[in-house]
Design a protein around this ligand. Structure first.
Ligand code: AMP
Length: 233
């Protein structure tokens, strides 16, 4: 049986990590439209250039281009038993297109996994996150063991203080993702998520495929809930 899963959740809900666990356990690849578009950076044709311009402006790529890229990815050999979709569909036109496309393959969206997280926690998970050179992750609100956090004042006082972090003892500076460093940008992404996702959830609730998962738990507990929910299908 094929397994087509749509993964939804606000930034900070742990989608990337859980997608990798689903991938390993169920043997279906993660398909992220953001990643597919980013991979086009290496190309110089007109379509790739157009996509890069749209992404740089922070807009969404048009539906026809997005749908075509997904169809192309779903036709590849490793996707024949299904995929985990991340970042797609982003609106109801894409959702309807996907459903029609899958029905032509005698398949369907088996589950829409909604990783639920309250927005204040989502903000803190993103804003407080720092990483070391080996990919180790810390958070000034949740996991500050062995890390010194401080606020660096802006000398010109034109910007808010900046969160800085270093490993205790060695004073090795820890990095923040540039898109996590701005409170404004995080709030903007949360707003966009709310605007785009709510109508989609209503769309998929009509077919009974939405599975709500509490993402405010340990990584293992979230994974265990996801695994059980998918195995029950
Ligand atoms: P993401 O990594 O999912 O945040 O996507 C990065 C960028 O890729 C977005 O800002 C859009 O420009 C584009 N993109 C990704 N997925 C979609 C989609 N489903 N529809 C339209 N544009 C998308």
């Amino acid at each position: 049986m094929s397994l087509y899963v749509i993964l939804m959740g606000v930034q900070g809900a742990g989608k990337g990590l859980q997608a990798r666990l689903i991938e390993d356990h169920f043997g279906i690849p993660q398909v992220s439209t953001g990643d597919l578009f980013r991979a086009m950076r290496a190309r110089t044709d007109d379509l790739a250039r157009k996509v890069q311009d749209i992404m740089a402006s922070g807009q969404l790529v048009d539906d026809d281009t997005t749908n075509a890229i997904v169809v192309d990815r779903l036709a590849q050999a490793d996707a024949q038993n299904g995929v985990i979709l991340d970042g797609y569909p982003r609106n109801q036109v894409q959702a309807a297109f996907l459903e029609t496309h899958l029905s032509e393959k005698d398949a369907r969206v088996n589950a829409v996994l909604l990783l639920e997280l309250d927005l204040y926690t989502a903000f803190k998970r993103a804003f407080g996150r720092v990483t070391d050179a080996n990919g180790g992750s810390y958070n000034c609100y949740y996991n500050a063991n062995g890390v010194d956090f401080s606020w660096l004042q802006d000398e010109s006082e034109r910007f808010p203080p900046r969160l800085a972090a270093s490993l205790r003892g060695s004073h090795t500076p820890l990095k923040r993702r540039p898109d996590d460093a701005s409170a404004d940008a995080i709030i903007q992404r949360i707003d966009t998520f709310l605007e785009t996702t709510q109508p989609l959830i209503s769309h998929f609730e009509a077919s009974g495929s939405v599975l709500k998962i509490n993402a405010d738990q340990s990584i293992d507990a979230v994974w265990s809930d996801i695994r059980l929910a998918l195995e029950r299908l």
